[in-house]
Design a binder for this molecule. Structure first.
Ligand code: GRF
Length: 217
């Protein structure tokens, strides 16, 4: 069974979705640790309550990004994970860090990449008037929010939406696609080869990856 480390900065609902999937027997991985860059990250308590070892590498304690990245890598490597999962981790990681975990570093982003990289994705989607929005799981590269895409879920944007309702609809799908992508990796069905995603998955088995308005919440 592969092991993973999850990196968080805050609430940790994507982390909780992964923990829940493991608890239900839907995700054949061992969660070796959760690392936060903020001591007040609410997800730390959720992880501890689930019996997962946690630690904090506070970015404010380091002179610069290289020093922080090195300390973070040390905390991760202490768990010797097969996969590192960014789940609402709000620090930009340097090239050396990204290279160290190349092909085994995943992120989830609340937009249909390559649209809306960066912050405030739901606000920007509403401002642009897009009719379809969603979320993406991708391998992390040094190019922020532009790594090779593994899986996406699309949701409608409704006339009645505000930032909060749209974020909630997208988040519900994040909680479905992240455990799925991690399961594919754990089952040896997902790889990064020469910068491209190779994923041995029957796409027709997952029709809900485009979510009809009636089911999107
Ligand atoms: C999620 O929307 C995730 O896609 C983004 O930050 C948010 C984190 O939420 N990167 P949570 O901490 O997983 O609840």
């Amino acid at each position: 069974m592969i092991s993973l480390v999850i990196l968080i900065s805050g609430r940790g609902s994507n982390m909780a979705a992964l923990l829940d999937a493991v608890g239900r027997g839907d995700l054949p991985v061992r969660i070796a640790g959760v690392v936060a860059n903020r001591p007040d990250a609410a997800g730390l308590a959720t992880a501890a309550a689930a019996g997962v070892p946690t630690c904090v590498v506070d970015h404010r304690a380091f002179a610069g990004r290289a020093e922080f990245d090195a300390a973070l890598a040390e905390a991760i490597d202490a768990c010797a994970p097969d996969l590192v999962v960014l789940a609402g981790f709000m620090r930009i990681l340097g090239e050396a860090f990204v290279q160290r975990y190349a092909g085994r570093l995943l992120n989830i982003h609340p937009s249909l990449l390559p649209a809306f990289p960066g912050l405030h994705t739901h606000r920007r989607a509403l401002a642009e008037g897009v009719r379809i929005h969603g979320c993406s799981v991708h391998f992390v590269t040094a190019d922020l929010d532009h790594g090779p895409i593994v899986v996406q879920a699309a949701v409608p944007v409704l006339d009645s939406d505000d930032e909060e309702t749209l974020a909630a609809r997208v988040l519900a799908q994040e909680h479905r696609i992240y455990p799925l992508a991690v399961r594919w990796f754990a089952e040896g069905r997902l790889q990064l080869r020469q910068g491209r995603v190779v994923c041995a998955v029957e796409q027709a088995a997952h029709p809900w990856l485009i979510v009809p308005a009636s089911a999107a919440g």
